[in-house]
Design a protein. Structure first.
Lengths: 329, 835
């Protein structure tokens, strides 16, 4: 008989609104931090040692924060909000100021994607003013690199993922569109390399594993699509994974490429083995849709937790598959 | 002058002379010479002067007397004069070379007449041993076959036969612990069988040489050995040889048939049963027996009736051999059909279903299925109407039974028959749990191929195989999660790194319903009464138990109405776990508001237009509520338990319960463990106040009203045994739970009164219930009031119990009844000593 279903390590309450974005900041320094973006435009900085919110950052004028990341260090936060802005924060030495802001013009829900191209240089992909447009700019200079608009009518861009492959000189971008199709862009060529109709419904989220050249995407249906890139950069759909309940808001592959987690509209987080997409666990705790997920980047693998933010205004933290198969949640 | 004497006179004079010499002489030379003279009458040495006529005369008239003389003088002085070699040569030789039948008689007489430990006895025993070892029995049987010297009297023949067959008994009686291993039945009867085989072989040879032989004596010996219970040993040797010898040789076959024909009728049955059990294939039986069933009435009765319908101890293998034998020959086919008819009758007979032991019914079912499997299509066509009638009648009487195994047997046989008859392609199909028994029955329908019959002995292992196959099928209830698991490219096909990540239990991952669960009891009630929305009804059903337990005051307001709705509720939307949810809700209501709800339920139990299922539901709800109420009152437990129930939604039906495997294993071990005394390990529970005691009467007494008032749809004392049985069980349980309650005495008296009326009910389930109820009365009533209040009933009950126990022991069949009966008697005695 299987082990009993795991329970969360602890939960963080007090965000006061649905949690749309999560990001761990554990890689350097103590204590480990967790940033969370709420539906009311505030960013909470959680101290995971005291399990309290250390600071609350308000910079998106009450519009929902949809994406969070870090630039140089965890003192340089970057956040995306529904107020059509991307903000850069300076959190060093107790400051909490917005140092720079960028107008995206996107009214959609598409989360940005950040790629480090060199020391102190990044590429940021974000949805543009036109519905199906993806714009790529360079940071910190904010100079636009290109704008990617598909020829075909694919509808609004829903989710993107930017990465630098070993094989080609320029970065590649995966984008999921409203009509359920996925497109692979060569950023330097500004051209679509390949397209696949992964879902009949809009693609809600995707994640890609550059090392394995495989990815997974979710939609509002009762299945996850999994696909891979062959040597010629062609998207090939693979066997889908059936779900019990429909709707996925975020997918997250852990850094060690062992497991992938899905944030379900059915209040549950599902964990699959990444190799074969075998269902491993169903994390049941929240009482409303799970909106966001993040895996910790802590140096010690045993402290690499999974955080799940939900519409029920809570963040649950789970310790799952951290040290071989023997650990329990 | 001497020459003119006739041989008989001459021999008589000579033998007389010898005897006189031996009696008087003390001289070694003379004794040796005399013994030589006597020996020379037995076999013709090269320089023998004895004519064959003289030898014949000696064997006929003087041999036995000579031996008797020798035995009676076994301790004489002259015997000591001889050397050991001379003794063996002359003295023993006289025994071993003469006519073996006379020797055997003389030896057996000698052995039984001698006092137990003595040198003479030892000597005779060793001679008998050598007699057997040197194959003299073969000679004995063979001389009888040749028909020479058949002038002997029937008495002599009878004596010889009984000595021959009872040799192990006679020697054991005389020798006690000093018996020789050769005389033990395990050694002796196979020896006898081997001698018989040699004789049969010689007979075959003689027949080929066109000489006449009589097998009467061998057949009698065989019959007698079998009737004395040694058929297994004898046929253990005979059957394999006969079956291999008859394979190609017609003469052997004829000899076998003749042998069996010559077995006297009174011994035929044991010979046949022995043989049927010893052969391993139907065609072997057919070769050995020939058409004996057609020629011999007794054999026919035994084969077609007694072994199939009256006895039921034989293995399935034997059955298939028997029926296969009947099916093998065209002339015997009519017998097969006759057998089928009588099997049908026996199977379908309602009285047999009710009164014969389960094992016999199983046996008859097996035989019936085997028989049907052997029929050809043409025969089936001919018998169709009869089979159909049998099937329909039999199914009805089986399905009426309250014993699960009987019902299941009926279903399996019905399915098999219908599939064999193929009524317009329509087949019966029942839902029942598969176990070893049903699998075995089902497997009987597929006729065995040649290779399989070759290995008929291996079929004994079949149940194990079947068990191995069935276990995985019942392993895990299918869950939504496991579907998801399967659809991922099959995970077990190759090694991969996911395997090191052990999955957690994902059984809780169920479909989410869109709607929110109702928050008020009245919403639930409304949903049940008027909603056509499956989701709403489903949610209400899941929520209601928790709501009832949380809001007791509201629950009291609507308790009866809600109970009514729940009792009449049907599973319209195929809700998962419907029965357990409904039951849990009703139990919660009964617990919360005991008096009005029990009043309602107990009244409804006896009213019109309820199905059996609903009445049983009422009883179950009453039992479970009583059980819950009877838990000791503790301060903490109440609310936390209720809340746990709300959140967990524990399934109450055992089938729906995913019990941890450890618990399952533990329970299995417990059930297989026999405890000789349980009393010491369980000290009697300490009386603590509980919520049941004050309301026990409300649960109990209304159920005793009206049981004898039959309704159109419900006749408790008539056809509805099942409900009656469960009612009595329920009453027993309610009584048991009321231990230490003040009302227990009245309850006990009422219960005894009630069960008294049905104590001789035809249905064993009802009788078992009565026993259970009586047990619980004895256990739960305070012992001081037991004697005071129930003194007269007590004696009657005791007499009834004693009678019941005795009858059960005689019948042996319904062992569970017997068990509980003796338990009951023990209890009685205990309470007696108590008071």
């Amino acid at each position: 008989m299987a082990r009993p279903a795991p329970a969360p390590l602890y939960t963080l309450r007090g965000a006061g609104s649905p949690l749309n974005a999560l990001h761990f900041g554990c890689c350097e320094g103590d204590p480990p931090l967790l940033f969370s973006g709420s539906g009311q435009g505030s960013v909470h900085v959680w101290n995971l040692t005291t399990r309290r919110a250390e600071r609350v950052l308000k910079g998106h004028s009450g519009a929902s924060v949809t994406w969070l990341n870090m630039l140089y260090s965890r003192d340089a936060l970057i956040s995306q909000g529904r107020d059509m802005r991307v903000c850069l924060w300076d959190l060093a030495e107790g400051r909490s100021d917005v140092t720079d802001a960028l107008w995206t013009g996107s009214v959609g829900f598409c989360r940005c994607s950040l790629l480090e191209t060199g020391p102190g240089r990044w590429l940021l992909a974000h949805a543009g003013e036109a519905m199906e447009e993806v714009k790529i700019i360079e940071l910190p200079s904010k100079s636009p690199v290109c704008s990617l608009i598909p020829q075909a009518k694919l509808g609004m861009v829903m989710c993107i993922k930017l990465w630098q492959p070993d094989s080609s000189p320029g970065p590649l971008l995966l984008a999921g569109y409203e009509d359920g199709s996925l497109a692979l862009w060569d950023v330097s060529q500004r051209s679509v390399l390949s397209r696949a109709a992964a879902h009949p419904e809009p693609v809600m989220c995707l994640d890609f594993d550059p090392a394995g050249q495989r990815g997974i995407s979710g939609s509002s249906e009762k299945r996850l699509a999994s696909w891979k890139l062959d040597g010629q950069h062609r998207l090939q759909l693979q066997e889908p994974v059936a779900l019990v309940n429909p709707g996925i808001s975020q997918l997250c592959i852990r850094g060690d490429r062992k497991i992938v987690a899905s944030a379900g509209w059915d209040h549950r987080v599902r964990v699959f083995g990444w190799k074969k997409l075998r269902p491993l666990a169903v994390l049941q705790h929240h009482t409303d849709m799970v909106l966001s997920l993040a895996f910790s980047d802590h140096q010690d693998p045993r402290n690499r937790m999974l955080a799940a933010g939900s519409k029920d205004q809570r963040i649950s933290l789970w310790s799952i598959y951290n040290q071989g198969s023997s650990d329990t949640g | 002058m001497m020459q003119s004497l006739t041989p008989d006179v001459e021999v008589r004079l000579s033998v007389g002379q010898c005897v006189r010499t031996l009696t008087t002489s003390k001289e070694k030379e003379e004794v040796t010479k005399t013994l030589h003279t006597l020996t020379s009458y037995l076999d013709d040495g090269p320089q023998s002067t004895i004519t064959s006529a003289q030898r014949a005369e000696f064997s006929r008239a003087h041999y036995t007397r000579t031996l008797q003389f020798l035995i009676s003088n076994i301790n004489a002085d002259w015997l000591q004069l001889l050397t050991v070699a001379q003794c063996t040569e002359l003295w023993d030789g006289l025994f071993l070379r003469g006519p073996p039948d006379q020797t055997l008689l003389a030896l057996m007489d000698g052995i039984s007449s001698m006092s137990s430990p003595s040198a003479g006895l030892d000597r005779l025993v060793s001679i008998l041993e050598r007699f057997l070892q040197s194959g003299r029995l073969t000679v004995l049987l063979w001389t009888r076959c040749q028909g020479t010297g058949l002038s002997d009297s029937p008495q002599l023949r009878e004596t010889l036969l009984s000595r021959l067959v009872a040799l192990p008994d006679l020697t054991a009686n005389q020798l006690h612990h000093h018996n020789k291993t050769l005389f033990l039945p395990q050694q002796y009867y196979p020896l006898l069988a081997r001698d018989m085989l040699t004789v049969l072989e010689r007979t075959c040879q003689a027949l080929r040489d066109r000489k006449d032989c009589s097998l009467t004596f061998v057949a009698q010996a065989l019959g007698k050995a079998c009737v004395q219970g040694h058929s297994a040993l004898v046929f253990g040797v005979l059957a394999p040889h006969l079956s291999s010898c008859t394979l190609s040789d017609m003469v052997w076959q004829r000899v076998c048939w003749k042998l069996l024909e010559n077995v006297p009728e009174r011994w035929l049955e044991s010979v046949l049963t022995g043989m049927v059990q010893a052969v391993n294939r139907p065609d072997a039986l057919s070769r050995i027996m020939g058409n004996l069933v057609l020629k011999n009435k007794k054999a026919q009765f035994v084969i077609t009736h007694k072994l199939l319908l009256l006895q039921y101890k034989y293995e399935t293998r034997v059955l298939s051999i028997l029926l296969g034998y009947l099916a093998q020959d065209r002339e015997r086919r009519p017998l097969l059909i006759q057998v089928l008819r009588s099997l049908c009758q026996a199977w379908a007979n309602p009285s047999a279903v009710r009164h014969t032991p389960l094992e016999q019914q199983l046996y008859v079912s097996r035989a019936l299925l085997l028989c049907v499997g052997l029929l050809s299509d043409a025969e089936l066509q001919e018998l169709r109407s009869e089979l159909l009638q049998c099937m329909l009648g039999g199914m009805q009487s089986h399905l009426d039974s309250s014993v699960v195994r009987v019902r299941r047997m009926g279903m399996v046989v019905g399915e098999c028959l219908s599939s064999r008859m193929d009524v317009n392609g329509a087949k019966l199909k029942f839902e029942y749990e598969h176990d070893e028994e049903t699998e075995e029955l089902l497997s009987l329908m597929t006729p065995l191929s040649e290779e399989e019959t070759e290995l008929l002995d291996d079929r004994l292992d079949l149940p194990q195989d079947v068990k191995g196959k069935t276990v995985p099928s019942q392993a895990v209830p299918s869950q939504a999660a496991s579907v998801a698991q399967k659809s991922g490219a099959d995970p077990d096909s190759e090694l991969d790194s996911d395997d090191e990540l052990t999955p957690y239990d994902m059984s809780a991952d169920q479909e989410m319903s869109q709607a929110a669960p109702p928050r008020y009891l009245r919403d639930c009630l409304e949903a049940f009464l008027s909603s056509e929305d499956p989701v709403r009804v489903d949610l209400s059903l899941r929520a209601i138990e928790g709501l009832v337990r949380k809001n007791t005051s509201t629950a009291r307001e609507v308790s009866v109405e809600l109970s009514k709705v729940l009792l009449h509720m049907e599973d319209r939307y195929n809700t998962v776990g419907f029965l357990s949810l409904r039951q849990a809700a009703m139990v919660a209501l009964t617990v919360t508001d005991s008096v009005p709800v029990t009043e309602y339920l107990t009244t409804e139990f006896y009213s019109m237009n309820y199905s059996i299922r609903q009445r049983l539901d009422i009883l179950e709800v009453l039992i479970m509520s009583a059980q819950e109420l009877s838990q000791p009152i503790t301060d903490k437990e109440g609310p936390s338990k209720a809340i746990q129930r709300v959140t967990m939604n524990t399934p109450l039906y055992p089938g729906d319960d995913p019990i941890h495997w450890r618990q399952v294993v533990e329970r299995r071990i417990q059930s297989k463990t026999k405890r000789l005394s349980k009393g010491v390990t369980h000290p009697p529970a300490k009386p603590t106040p509980n919520r049941y005691a004050p309301v026990a009467g409300h649960f109990f007494f209304p159920l005793l009203r009206n049981y004898d008032r039959p309704q159109v749809t419900f006749d408790l004392l008539g056809g509805d045994h099942l409900v009656l049985g469960r009612l009595i069980h329920t009453l027993g349980l309610l009584m048991h739970l009321a231990v230490n309650a003040p009302v227990a005495t009245q309850m006990g008296r009422a219960l005894l009164d009630f069960v008294w009326a049905v104590r001789y009910h035809v249905d064993q389930m009802v009788r078992r219930g009565v026993l259970f109820a009586v047990c619980s009365v004895f256990l739960s009533m305070p012992s001081q009031s037991l004697l005071v209040e129930l003194s007269d009933q007590l004696f009657e009950t005791r007499a009834w119990l004693a009678g019941m126990t005795r009858r059960m022991w005689l019948k042996r069949a319904q062992s569970r009844c017997t068990c509980s009966c003796s338990v009951c008697v023990n209890l009685r005695t205990r309470t007696h000593t108590h008071t």
